[in-house]
Write a protein of this length. Structure first.
Length: 195
C-alpha cells in the first residue's frame, strides 16, 4: 500500500512539474517571439523551437551589442553550439545515471571511473552553457529593460527567465528608442496583431 501511494504521489508531482514547465515554456516563447518580431528579426517563430530559441535570444544579444555597445559579438554561434551539445548530453547523463544505478553493485572500478568522468564532462558543458546563456540574457534585458536587467538576470539564474521575457515583450529596445528612465517605453500593443 505504501509503495502504491509513493508511486501515485510521484506521478502527481511529475504531472504538476511537467505542466508548470510547459506553462513557463509557452510564456517565454510568447515573450521572445514578440521581442524578435517587434525588432524586425527574421524568423521570430524560432522562439517556439527548443535549440532555435537560444539562437534567437543570442541574435538579439548580438543586435544589442552591435547597435548600442558598438561591438561585434558572436553569441548566436557560441550559445547555439553549447545548447546543441549540452541538450543531448543531459539525456545521456540520465541514461548513464540509470546504468550506474543498475550496475554499481556489480561493476568494476574502471566502469565507475568512466561514468564519473562522463558526468564531469557533462557538468562542464552545462556550466559553460549556463554562463553564456546568462550573459546573453543580461544583454537582451539591458536592451529591453535596462533598469531591471540585473533583477531579470537573477530571475533567469533561478530558471524564471520566461517571466522576464514575457515582461519585456512590448518594450521598445534601447537600440531603437535610446535609454529611457525609469523604464523603456512600450510599443502600442493594441495596434499590433501579435502577442
Amino acid at each position: 500500500m505504501i509503495r502504491y501511494f509513493d508511486f501515485q504521489l510521484a506521478s502527481v508531482l511529475l504531472g504538476i512539474t511537467s505542466f508548470t514547465g510547459l506553462i513557463f515554456y509557452v510564456i517565454g516563447s510568447i515573450g521572445l517571439y514578440a521581442m524578435a518580431n517587434n525588432t524586425g528579426m527574421k524568423n521570430p517563430w524560432l522562439a517556439w523551437i527548443p535549440i532555435a530559441r537560444d539562437y534567437l535570444l543570442s541574435s538579439l544579444t548580438d543586435r544589442y551589442n552591435r547597435s548600442v555597445r558598438q561591438k561585434n559579438t558572436s553569441y548566436r554561434f557560441w550559445l547555439t553550439l553549447l545548447c546543441g551539445i549540452q541538450t543531448p548530453l543531459v539525456y545521456l547523463c540520465l541514461l548513464l545515471f540509470g546504468v550506474l544505478m543498475s550496475t554499481v553493485l556489480y561493476s568494476a572500478p574502471v566502469l565507475i571511473l568512466v561514468l564519473a568522468m562522463t558526468f564531469l564532462l557533462i557538468a562542464a558543458f552545462r556550466i559553460a552553457y549556463r554562463i553564456f546563456y546568462l550573459i546573453s540574457f543580461y544583454y537582451v534585458t539591458m536592451d529591453y529593460e535596462p533598469s531591471r536587467a540585473v533583477l531579470y538576470t537573477v530571475l533567469a539564474f533561478f530558471g524564471l527567465d520566461s517571466i522576464a521575457l514575457f515582461l519585456c515583450r512590448n518594450s521598445v529596445p534601447v537600440g531603437i528608442a535610446g535609454r529611457c528612465e525609469p523604464v523603456q517605453p512600450k510599443y502600442n500593443v493594441h495596434s499590433q496583431s501579435h502577442f
